[in-house]
Design a protein around this ligand. Structure first.
Ligand code: MN
Length: 468
């Protein structure tokens, strides 16, 4: 029996977070009414001319530099194909001279994956098939086309076939997503299609260096689908080889029934009749511009994780969760402003959504943690106030006041605890003898006296101080 090894290379299309499209002033916005964000350039109407979006180039170079790529002079080509979602019947893309080449992405487990290239191109529109099964074209009665997405700037990041497991394929996409979030180059949402993953999968006998026939799997719109599809496809190839057959090079579609299906046999480059886009010049960013982008590079995920571990004393997995949610900057800024690191981490992990800090001022976040720390807010109240801060962008004190979460300073709380001790001498004696469960008597009394405003943990720490 042969031992087999999986060989995976990933192509990830990333929608760049620009205000407008790659070659026109039409808005680049997800979720608007169909066919409202369109100009003659998006449709390739006669006489219309493309104008390259400076911000898109800047974001492409930011991602490229974050991946350690070399930025080189690049050329736009027309990639011709006839598809209803492509109003011009060609896509403007980069072919043999992409803007970024030769980078590397290091996975958190230490594996390095080479980046072959990353090129700029425009997105196609979106076709919706009705009347068939599962929204697929097969058996559909009608097709609706929305050109809002046509011309949206994409960076296609192409890895080398350096990935050796489905888990590493997933880790690669997670790390790339974390980089996109850290650099704010893309919203990077798989479920909204602002990040789309295609996987090239083949297998080979362990120890061999050959690259065997690969299949490209499309429609991987979640990390789970990616992982399942890689495993399924590798298994399919192994079964073919062991039965004395060979897989055919083709493009396959992943469906959630847990299988891949033939979509089309793989196109050759010459099917696309690439030729240089005559309406655009060579893209040759000057060195100073590239240096400026490199100098403005924010802290990248690997560094963010290390800093969080050092700053908050958390483990690497917890740090990775905070970083992948795009909350590292919020937490570290709040801690720099004096917030308790442990509480900041708990809020980031448990009480904030991905990108949940968009509306959140780090200084307000630090104030909230301080209010919790001094006992002005209980943990439950703090969570409620935080949710409202995210909604409204307001400061925690005014939200707490609105809800009647009156501030209770520590001397006020200590007085209440002392009163509860004085009222319950028998229980106090037992507590001093080490009977922990009578603590509830005091906590209950303080809660009652404070009308539920007191923080149970603060009460118990005062009790322990008094016991000595
Ligand atoms: Mn592409």
């Amino acid at each position: 029996m042969t031992d087999w090894e999986v060989v995976v290379g990933l192509e990830v299309h990333v929608e760049l977070a620009t205000e407008t499209k790659l070659f026109s002033h039409a808005p680049n916005r997800f979720g608007d009414d169909p066919n409202t964000n369109i100009t003659p350039v998006c449709l390739g109407l006669p006489g219309s001319l493309p104008v390259l979006n400076r911000r898109a180039v800047e974001l492409a170079m930011t991602i490229g530099l974050a991946l350690g790529c070399e930025i080189q002079p690049s050329v736009f080509h027309r990639k011709n194909y006839f598809y209803p979602d492509m109003p011009k019947d060609y896509q403007v893309s980069q072919y043999d001279r992409p803007i970024c080449v030769d980078g590397v992405l290091d996975l958190p487990n230490g594996t390095s994956v080479g980046i072959e290239r990353a090129h700029l191109e425009e997105d196609a529109g979106k076709t919706t098939h009705l009347g068939g099964e599962d929204g697929r074209i097969h058996g559909a009665q009608e097709a609706l086309v929305d050109y809002n997405r046509a011309g949206v700037p994409l960076l296609e990041v192409v890895s080398r076939p350096d990935i050796r497991s489905a888990e590493d394929a997933r880790a690669y996409v997670e790390e790339l997503r974390a980089i996109l979030i850290a650099t704010e180059a893309s919203e990077a949402r798989l479920e909204e299609g602002s990040m789309r993953v295609d996987a090239n999968v083949s297998v080979r006998p362990v120890g061999s260096q050959e690259l065997r026939t690969r299949c490209e799997i499309k429609n991987l719109n979640s990390l789970r689908s990616l992982q399942r599809a890689v495993n399924y496809e590798a298994e399919r190839h192994i079964n073919l080889y062991e039965a004395g057959e060979e897989p055919k090079q083709e493009t396959r579609h992943w469906s959630e029934d847990g299988r891949t299906h033939t979509l089309r046999s793989k196109e050759e480059a010459n099917d696309y009749r690439y030729f240089p886009e005559p309406d655009l010049v060579l893209l040759n960013p000057d060195t100073r511009w590239i240096e400026e982008i490199a100098a403005a590079m924010p802290e990248l995920p690997a560094q963010q994780r290390e800093n969080l571990v050092a700053l908050a004393g958390v483990d690497m997995d917890t740090a990775a969760t905070v970083v992948s949610k795009g909350l590292a900057h919020l937490v570290s800024t709040a801690v720099d402003l004096g917030a308790n690191a442990g509480r900041a981490i708990i809020h980031a992990v448990q009480n904030l959504a991905i990108d949940g800090a968009d509306n959140l001022n780090p200084a307000h976040f630090a104030e909230l943690i301080e209010m919790e720390h001094t006992g002005a807010l209980t943990a439950t109240q703090s969570k409620m106030v935080l949710a409202e801060m995210v909604e409204s962008g307001l400061d925690p004190a005014s939200i707490a006041q609105k809800h009647g979460f009156e501030s209770m300073d520590s001397s006020e709380l200590e007085e209440m605890v002392d009163a509860a001790i004085a009222e319950n001498p028998d229980a106090w004696e037992k507590f001093c003898e080490g009977e922990e469960k009578v603590q509830g008597v005091f906590v209950g009394a303080v809660m009652k006296a404070s009308k539920g405003q007191a923080d149970g943990k603060a009460v118990s720490s005062i009790l322990r101080q008094r016991r000595g």
